[in-house]
Each structure stands twice: as structure tokens, then as C-alpha cells.
Design a protein around this ligand. Structure first.
Ligand code: GDP
Length: 326
């Protein structure tokens, strides 16, 4: 994309044009170096217009009700005048080539809402690569005037950490009734949580949801680091009926106000930026390693040697370092 094209795209993006936003994200996700370069130019240029959104991460096992809740909460927020973008970080999409997250058909109301923008997970690359692209996509959404960003991920692997590193507030959704065994949720996820919402808390489920909430409260009081500023609340909600979503949003805003007042929101984002810098350097170094055929062949040979127990990892690493002049 030539320079005048990038300038035109930027103008439309800053005017809030959703088609321009979609095109800009396609540039960010492109594997072609010239398009990546155009994306970098665009990102650099819109940077002063970014950072304005409330960035929220949402996780939970498949079936917990993420898309239903996001559809309901998102519609509530756009009715209040917000502009909302829903993005996804789905590491499994790198294997399946498709994403079950951020699928428009799962969010029927938002899909037709002019003040909502839904984008599925980038579908190739490592988790680090997918998350890095999502980070840039978030900046583009902010430049386009979206003031609430929801980034969803499934409760598998390292993706929760990646999403928590992209957001100001990390929301963990749980199911009622399975609280006694903590639903096999890893301790690590609870430690990331800024709030737990036990979902599907309506009708016959309401009492079970309250019981589960009380168990999570106990678990959090043991696991979560004590902070005078914020104790992660455990609430019950129903994405289906909308019950509790007002409270959920009020808590997000309360968390934000408290952290902003102490300068901690800016601090969290700066620490995230430093982490992302290193993640991107590592990604580039890795790409550099496999760029030429000779190094790829060497790596393959050494890896086979290590796998066969014939070469030690140290010797292999040393040989790579020497070959690359490190
Ligand atoms: P996701 O996989 O986490 O995105 O979950 P979905 O939003 O697709 O919901 C999974 C299933 O749970 C669907 O059959 C929904 O209709 C149902 N569901 C979602 N939210 C609620 C809720 O608040 N209450 C009840 N009873 N069912 C819900």
C-alpha cells in the first residue's frame, strides 16, 4: 500500500469508518512485509489517538456463556452511547485455521449494531504472534473511536495471561454448581482475575450460583494478593436475562476510577508495553533464526540430535550461537 493510500486510510479510520478499520486490521495481520510496513506507519501515526478505551479481558470455559454475555452487555453499553469492539485471542485457531471466538453469529444483536465492531481472532501464528496482532488491533479500534474493548479468550493454556497483559481489567466467568471442585480452573487464572462472575444465575440456578460465588470468594481470599486498593469481587450474573450486568459494569468503572486516581492504570499499561516490547523482540529473533535455509537446516539437524539423545541442549545452543556470531 502506497503512502497516499495509508494517509487516506488513516483519515477514514480516525473518522470512525468501520470498513476502514477492518482494512487497517487486515494490514496489521498481513504476512506481506510491505503491508506490515504500511501497518507500522499507520500505527505510528495514530498512536496519539489511542489509549482512550476501557480494555476488558473476558475468559471462561466453552459454554460458560461468554458470547451471550458479551452480546447482552455490549448492547447495554451501545444503548448508553458507547462504541464497543469485541476481539478474540484464540490460540487454537492457529491449528484449526478458524476461530470459534469473535464469531458474529454468536452475537446476534451486536452483529447488527452500528456501534459495535466484532473481529475474530487472527488465525495464524504463535500465541505470542496472535496476541501481538490483537494488541495492534486494539490500538486501531481506539483510534477509530471505540471506547470499550472486550477481548475474549477460552480458558485454555497461556492465552489468559496474554489477554490479561492486553487489558486493564480481567473478568473470569464461571458456571454455577461446579464451584466445589473449582471446575478444574487453574489457580493461575484466579490469580489474574480482577473479578469473577458466576454466570447463568437465573431461575433455579440462582441459589446454586450464589453458593458457587461464596466458594470462589473463599478461594480468592486465599489465592489473590491482598491489596488495599482492590479486592476482586465475586458476583452473580445472567448473560441471558441481563441480571447483574449493571453491577458488573459499575465494578469495572469503580476499579478504573480507583486505579486511575493513583496513577496505577497508566503504570499497568506501561508495564504491559515493556512486556510487549520484549515479546515482539523475541518474535523477531525467532523469525530471524528461521529466515535462511542454512540456519533452518542446522536447527533441524541439532533438534534431531537433541531428540535422539546424541547432542546435549547446551552444545546445540552453543553451535547455533557460534554460527550466528552471537
Ligand atoms: P460461550 O461458549 O462461552 O461463548 O457460551 P455461549 O454464550 O455460546 O453459551 C453456551 C450455552 O449456554 C448456550 O446454549 C446459551 O444459550 C447458554 N447460556 C448462555 N448464557 C446463559 C445464561 O445466562 N443463562 C442460561 N440459563 N443459559 C445461558
Amino acid at each position: 500500500m502506497s503512502a497516499p493510500d495509508v494517509a487516506a486510510l488513516e483519515r477514514k479510520l480516525l473518522a470512525g469508518d468501520r470498513a476502514a478499520l477492518a482494512r487497517a486490521i487486515t494490514l496489521v495481520e498481513s504476512k506481506r512485509e510491505d503491508r506490515r510496513a504500511a501497518a507500522r506507519t499507520l500505527l505510528d501515526s495514530v498512536l496519539p489517538r489511542t489509549g482512550g478505551a476501557v480494555r476488558i479481558g473476558v475468559t471462561g470455559v466453552p459454554g460458560v456463556g461468554k458470547s451471550t454475555l458479551i452480546d447482552q452487555l455490549g448492547s447495554m453499553l451501545t444503548a448508553r452511547g458507547h462504541r464497543l469492539a469485541v476481539l478474540a485471542v484464540d490460540p487454537s485457531s492457529t491449528r484449526t485455521g478458524g476461530s470459534i471466538l469473535g464469531d458474529k453469529t454468536r452475537m446476534a444483536r451486536l452483529a447488527v449494531d452500528p456501534n459495535a465492531f466484532i473481529r475474530p481472532s487472527p488465525s495464524s501464528g504463535t500465541l505470542g504472534g496472535v496476541a501481538a496482532k490483537t494488541r495492534e488491533t486494539m490500538l486501531l479500534c481506539e483510534a477509530a473511536g471505540f471506547d470499550v474493548l472486550l477481548v475474549e479468550t477460552v480458558g485454555v493454556g497461556q492465552s489468559e495471561t496474554a489477554v490479561s497483559d492486553l487489558t486493564d481489567f480481567f473478568l473470569v466467568l464461571m458456571l454455577p454448581g461446579a464451584g466445589d471442585e473449582l471446575q478444574g480452573i487453574k489457580k493461575g487464572v484466579l490469580e489474574l482475575a480482577d473479578m469473577i462472575a458466576v454466570n447463568k444465575a437465573e431461575g433455579d440456578n440462582a441459589a446454586r450460583a450464589r453458593a458457587a460465588a461464596s466458594e470462589y470468594r473463599t478461594a480468592l481470599s486465599i489465592l489473590a494478593p491482598a491489596s488495599s486498593l482492590w479486592t476482586p469481587p465475586v458476583i452473580t450474573v445472567s448473560g441471558l436475562t441481563g441480571a447483574g450486568l449493571d453491577d458488573l459494569w459499575a465494578k469495572v468503572l469503580d476499579h478504573r476510577a480507583r486505579h486511575e486516581a493513583k496513577g496505577l492504570l497508566a503504570e499497568r499499561r506501561r508495564a504491559q508495553d515493556v512486556k510487549w516490547m520484549w515479546a515482539m523482540i523475541e518474535e523477531r529473533l525467532r523469525a530471524r533464526l528461521t529466515r535462511d535455509a542454512q540456519t533452518r537446516a542446522l536447527l533441524a539437524r541439532l533438534e534431531a540430535g537433541v531428540a535422539a539423545g546424541e547432542t546435549s541442549p547446551t552444545a546445540a545452543a552453543e553451535e547455533v550461537a557460534t554460527t550466528l556470531g552471537l
